[in-house]
Design a protein around this ligand. Structure first.
Ligand code: CAO
Length: 445
């Protein structure tokens, strides 16, 4: 059974209230003597605090961003017999560790600690001061997900250039990152075509976080479909100035009509849901507002108005979202649309869609109506310029002709590319669609 020792910040020269810029260990980590525990950065220097001896981290007492001075406790280590600090090192024998004054940002001297060898005599945690020095080149990593090894000066250099050490492959001993590695990484990045320059801004690199430091985790690979749609959704979300317009359609009469057709639909062996009727109303609305059935030319100076109506519809599958396209929906009856929707839906869920089933859409509908919700903000399915989101119809009290009456109201969420479509135009599109859904006979007009 080991004994506990509190490791605290050693003599760091004239520096006080220095910010912790990295916490390099977590509870449960096994550390060796000279493994780095935390990294500090003052306005002048960056330095790492290595462990004065080996052990297992019992409790980390600091957090990223904390400010510390000499003597501030960093963590409690459980130290094995024979590797433990002596009683002579209690309570804060800076001399025991005898650290040299830190050499700001310069390559430091070799390991400065001399872990006491005698077993501890008291059951109280020993107070041990760590020495400020980076781990020697032979220090081994702390395990998977451990931060990359680099000297404080290299860390500071990387930070100044905005280079993420986690992305750099070190060519030094045991993978240690050298200044040249940081320089090469930056050179490579500068030579890469600037993917985001055309859109006028760049995104910060995502930060890699070790979530297991907060609790148990599991890792599950993203499906191929999810990975593909993630790229498309991200591109559309970042590249298109989105606005979502909300409206409601009174579908009381439409729903009554749909229900009245149930037997006929059964005879035709078709499941007649709301979606085919919504598609019919959408096509009539697109004909009245051609800008919504269009794409922005790559030069950004022309609108390509499509003379065909291929409607994409989002299908929820166990592998993720797919958007098959129902071609020439304007030339098909409600029954034909219903049959084709069902067929494409089944193929989507059975991963039997062909590439051509997923191409050429001019406008997309994402219906969550069978599930629920009152509104959402669908992402435009680029290169289209607009998408209709539909949620679950609800019976609501509506004031009509001097009295409150129950009406079945369908929530509509219309997202659009504001470079192409103005807010007033979107409001008119949604109002027209709502009017058509309120009285589908108008589709004939
Ligand atoms: N309001 C109330 N009820 C609705 C409704 C609405 N807006 N839309 C559908 N319903 C009803 C249907 O009429 C059907 O009722 P019955 O069984 O009584 O006939 C029931 O809900 C189930 O419909 P459905 O969802 O099976 O069929 P659908 O034609 O409406 O939709 C499809 C087909 C493929 C679009 C749907 O199954 C689906 O996958 N939806 C999810 C789409 C999605 O994930 N979108 C999010 C994209 S962004 O991540």
């Amino acid at each position: 059974m080991g004994r506990e020792a509190v490791v605290s910040v050693p003599d760091i020269g004239d520096y006080k209230n220095v910010e912790i810029i990295e916490v390099l260990v977590k509870t449960g980590d096994a550390v060796k003597a000279d493994d780095s525990l935390i990294a500090l950065e003052s306005d002048k220097a960056a330095m790492e605090v290595p462990s004065p001896f080996g052990g297992t981290v019992k409790e980390v007492k600091v957090q990223l961003g904390d400010r510390v001075s000499q003597g501030s406790p960093i963590l409690t280590l459980v130290v094995e017999e024979g590797d433990a600090p002596t009683a002579a090192s209690e309570p804060a024998p800076a001399a025991a560790a005898a650290p040299p004054k830190p050499e700001p940002t310069a390559e430091p001297p070799a390991a400065a600690t001399a872990p006491p060898s005698a077993p501890a005599a008291t059951p109280q945690p020993a107070q041990v001061t760590a020495a400020v020095a980076p781990p020697p080149p032979t220090t081994t990593p702390l395990g998977e997900g451990a931060p990359p090894h680099a000297s404080p000066s290299v860390r500071k250099f990387a930070r100044e250039l905005g280079a993420d050490l986690a992305q750099i492959r070190g060519t030094g001993i045991k993978g240690r990152i050298l200044k040249e590695d940081v320089q090469n990484f930056i050179k490579q990045r500068l030579q890469q075509p600037e993917r985001t320059a055309a859109s006028g801004f760049s995104l910060p690199e995502p930060v890699e976080i070790d979530f297991s430091q907060f609790g148990p985790v599991d890792r599950k690979p993203m499906s191929r479909i999810k990975k593909l749609s993630a790229t498309n959704l991200h591109r559309a979300w970042v590249g298109i100035p989105h606005v979502t317009h909300q409206d409601e359609a009174d579908i009381t009469d439409l729903e009554a009509f749909r229900v009245s057709l149930k037997q006929e639909a059964e005879r035709r062996e078709v499941k007649l849901t709301l979606l085919p009727f919504i598609m019919k109303a959408v096509i009539a609305t697109l004909k009245a507002f051609p800008n919504f059935n269009a794409s922005l030319a790559a030069n950004g100076e022309e609108l390509i108005l499509k003379q065909y109506y291929h409607l994409g519809f989002a299908v929820d599958t166990p592998d993720g979202l797919v958007v098959p396209v129902l071609r020439d929906a304007d030339r098909k009856s409600v029954y034909e649309i219903a049959a084709e929707l069902a067929e494409l839906g089944v193929r989507a869920r059975n991963r039997k869609l062909r590439n051509t089933d997923l191409q050429g859409g001019t406008f997309t509908i994402s219906s969550l109506g069978g599930i629920g919700g009152t509104s959402f903000t669908p992402i435009v399915n680029a290169p289209e310029v607009s998408i209709l989101g539909v949620c679950k119809a609800q019976l609501k009290p509506v004031y009509q002709n001097g009295q409150w009456v129950p009406r079945l109201m369908l929530p509509l969420s219309l997202s659009y590319d504001h470079r192409v479509i103005d807010g007033a135009e979107a409001a008119r599109f949604a109002a027209t669609l709502a009017q058509l859904l309120g009285d589908l006979r108008r589709v004939l007009l």
